[in-house]
Design a binder for this molecule. Structure first.
Ligand code: F6R
Length: 248
């Protein structure tokens, strides 16, 4: 794991977008794994700004999102389908059939999970996965205790995760209790991973990640074993983290 320490959220977003744009421009085919939530919003703004300025094309890019809430319709303003359209897809030249997000309204959730996993495999796997991190170390919606061998599956969201995400909903009761998420193994098989973290709320998670112990009780810890993971985090998130020789 390498760390790139940046000043603040803005710089984190710019660095991550720059990294992604280099890949997008230098490849003829690219499978991008995408995240939602507060962390990547700035990255998507940078990608949109670049598109307006340079018309960087996404016609050769396929996207696979990490997760979706169960029970929210695509057009629900809190669905991740809606989030991705609003924050990225509708602003760039990607056709919606190149974009993939688990369907939270498929009543056969098991079939949905299997189909999603197969879509990733059939596309040749993920080249570059963008990740945020939960305060409890979750990646995707893989909460502490999830098997490192897990593939796309249904999860019960931790109370702390529902509380953290309640800021996007009118009321805590409106936050769905379940989601579909790529599994930890699905994420781990990405050829490259960019994990982003900004602000005080991520300090403990960063300290735990860089302590280096690999344990299912802290899902992101598996990234310590991933050959090509870069963490881009700001000064505030990295306060209290002892930088190793791997820092760049
Ligand atoms: C989002 C996702 C989650 C978030 C994490 C951090 O698709 O899978 O793991 O990355 O909950 O959320 P924010 O960025 O809102 O702090």
């Amino acid at each position: 794991m390498k760390i790139i320490e940046v000043k603040d959220y803005n710089e984190m977003s710019k660095k991550a977008a720059e990294y992604m744009l280099n890949k997008i421009k230098s490849s003829t085919q690219l499978n991008l794994g995408l995240a939602t939530g507060g962390t990547p919003k700035g990255v998507y703004e940078e990608l949109i700004a670049d598109y307006r300025l340079h018309q960087t094309s996404y016609t050769h890019v396929k996207t696979f999102n990490l997760d979706e809430y169960i029970g929210l319709k695509k057009d629900d303003s809190n669905s991740y389908f809606h989030y991705m359209n609003e924050h990225l897809f509708k602003h760039i030249d990607i056709s919606l059939d190149q974009t993939h997000i688990p369907l939270g309204t498929n009543e056969n959730t098991q079939a949905e999970c299997e189909e999603y996993e197969n879509k990733i495999i059939n596309a040749g796997g993920i080249d570059l996965q963008i990740l945020g991190i939960g305060a409890n170390g979750h990646i995707g919606f893989n909460e502490p205790g999830t098997s490192f061998q897990s593939r796309t599956h249904v999860v019960d969201l931790a109370a702390s995760t529902r509380e953290a995400n309640a800021r996007f909903f009118d009321r805590l009761e409106d936050v769905p209790k379940q989601a579909i998420t790529m599994g930890i193994q699905t994420i781990f098989q990405s050829r490259e991973i960019l994990l982003l973290a900004s602000g005080k709320a991520k300090q403990q998670a960063m300290a735990e990640l860089f302590r280096g112990e690999v344990t299912e009780s802290f899902p992101a810890s598996i990234l310590n074993q991933h050959p090509h993971t870069i963490v881009i985090a700001d000064e505030e998130a990295l306060q209290g983290v002892k930088k190793t020789t791997n820092s760049i």
